[in-house]
Write a protein that binds this ligand. Structure first.
Ligand code: NOJ
Ligand code: CA
Length: 539
């Protein structure tokens, strides 16, 4: 059962991200669904997580994996029904697991009733004022109203048959809401209440830093993606505008009016000192730490990010969060199998350089053992507890990420981390579905990573995650860095010392240390390269 008196649960929670299409399929159509999730929640109880976050399961044409929402207050047919959702929440709560859902407030789908109404209405109508409709530039309005680029390549504007243009920071099927319109605010408050009334424990808020645009939508002749710093003395007009904070404060008041502690988690790819402003008192509870996810396997960079993240969040009284993988980036078991930087969201094709799998997995296990020792809240993406690699050889014809088409087949995109999970060793579809075919094809060797293959195997990645998540609960106290050789990160939390050996040579532990957890084989008191250990110090 959920302990509803635990108002601070989110400060240390381990939160598991479920991508509903790819977790578990209950009806054999090759697509995961809510009933499939409910049937597999035992796996998460055994894993030892405190909450799940569900990526969107709302009605959607699925042009962007459900981040194109056609109806915010319903369940898509392919994922089930509202009673299925209620059953999922009830079962999760019975198991002591909280449920966070995804809120997508920056944009909807072009199939949303409000956007259809806007298209059917005249320029200047209240229906159009729900979105950013503008006349074009040029003699006949044939040029977009400004020069903004979409995050998925190409212009951020699409022209309608009557000649006006609408803004979409993502795919053309994802029109941006106009948050300066009070009707938009009122509508989203209804959505919050709808899910809060169904007992959800919080919301992960998609691209919350883009909701408010600079007045006048001024030109920005630079890329949209990845630019959150001033260029030529100007901040980008679509990111991190001051007006977002007022909205977050309104939402926080709504959440706080409900029983228990319901949380808001910000998705914003901003530097730590800017995400910290979103988690000031009275705003969101926590924000993803993408600066952490972005670090390569480099001790100095990781250590610096830990310090900056904690100090930025401490300054506003918020917990720091940690994350290594999600449904938008190359899985960390593959990312760390490359030397040097990788493009996080660009995907890998069969004819691209392939990662070194063994190296990637060794480092990924060490990285996770390090992450789960850090103070605060940690996010885990489905499949990483299996050491699942990115699918780096998907046939191009099965790709679904809109960036693949929008980029003219230059950027493959994010499908490789969204492939259905393996549960059992054999066919059909490694226990994911009764069907042989799944919405994205699984790799032939996925059975090696299946839950059933790893369950009860002492040195499996699944066992490592279970042990770390359990032991993590006993780690208390702030993090204090210790002296360490070059490329080794060492810190204590209470009487536990964590040593992450990111160097290429072994390091020795202090005599008398008792090894509590190791991400790989440890002989005596020597920690090999690319290995993290937790030890209890001799008293
Ligand atoms: C972030 C989501 O995680 C990603 O999957 C999506 O494409 C964009 N936001 C747009 O909603
Ligand atoms: Ca299904």
């Amino acid at each position: 059962m959920i302990d509803s008196t635990d108002t601070e649960w989110w400060r240390t929670a381990a939160i598991y991200q479920i991508y509903p299409r790819s977790f578990s399929d209950s009806n054999g159509d090759g697509t995961g669904d809510l009933a499939g999730i409910t049937a597999r929640l035992d796996h998460l109880a055994t894993l030892g997580v405190d909450a799940v976050w569900l990526s969107p399961f709302y009605p959607s044409p699925q042009n962007d994996g459900g981040y194109d929402v056609a109806d915010y207050r319903n369940v898509a047919d392919e994922f089930g029904t509202l009673p299925d959702f209620d059953a999922l929440v009830a079962r999760a709560h019975d198991l002591g697991i909280r449920v966070i859902v995804d809120l997508v407030p920056n944009h909807c789908s072009w199939e949303h009733a409000s956007f259809r109404a806007a298209l059917a209405s005249a320029p200047g109508s209240p229906e159009r004022a729900m979105f950013h409709f503008r006349d074009g530039r040029g003699t006949d309005g044939e040029l977009p109203p400004n020069d903004w680029q979409s995050m998925f390549e190409g212009p951020a504007w699409t022209r309608t048959p009557d000649g006006q243009w609408y803004l979409h920071l993502f795919d053309e099927s994802q029109p941006d809401w106009n948050w300066s319109n009070p009707a938009v605010r009122a509508d989203f408050e209804q959505t919050l209440r709808f899910w809060l009334d169904r007992d959800v424990d919080g919301f992960r808020v998609d691209v919350c830093d883009a909701m408010v645009k600079a007045d006048g939508l001024p030109d920005w002749p630079y890329p949209t993606k990845g630019v959150v710093r001033p260029i030529d003395g100007r901040m980008p007009p679509m990111w991190d505008q001051e007006g977002i904070h007022e909205i977050f404060r309104e939402w926080r008041a709504v959440l706080d009016s409900y029983e228990g502690t319901r949380i808001l988690c910000a998705e914003a790819w901003l530097p730590p000192e800017r995400t910290a402003r979103i988690v000031r008192p009275g705003e969101m509870h926590q924000a993803f730490n993408f600066a952490y996810l972005e670090q390569q396997w480099d001790a100095t960079a990781i250590r610096d990010t830990i310090e900056t993240s904690i100090s930025s969040n401490d300054a506003v009284g918020a917990p720091t969060t940690w994350v290594l993988s999600n449904h938008d980036v190359m899985r960390h078991a593959s990312r760390y199998g490359y030397d040097g930087p990788v493009a996080l969201e660009s995907g890998v094709g069969a004819d691209d350089p392939q990662p070194d799998r063994a190296l990637g997995l060794r480092r990924a296990r060490a990285a996770t053992a390090l992450m789960l020792a850090l103070p605060g809240s940690a996010y885990i993406y489905q499949g990483e507890e299996l050491g699942l690699p990115e699918s780096t050889d998907l046939p191009d014809e099965v790709r679904q990420d809109p960036v693949w088409e929008r980029s003219g087949h230059r950027i493959r995109g994010r499908d490789g981390c969204r492939v259905p999970l393996p549960w059992t060793v054999s066919a059909p579809s490694f226990g994911f579905s009764a069907s042989e075919t799944t919405w994205l094809p699984q790799a032939a060797d996925f059975g090696n990573f299946a839950v059933a293959t790893q369950d009860g195997v002492p040195d499996s990645t699944l066992s490592l995650y279970r042990e770390a998540l359990s032991l993590r609960r006993s780690l208390t106290g702030p993090l204090e860095f210790s002296e360490a050789p070059a490329d080794v990160i060492s810190f204590t939390r209470g009487d536990v010392r964590v040593v992450a050996n990111i160097s290429t040579s072994p390091v020795a532990l202090q005599a008398g240390s008792e090894v509590l957890l190791a991400s790989g084989p440890v002989q005596g008191l020597t920690v090999p390269a690319d290995t993290t250990v937790w030890v209890r110090l001799a008293s």
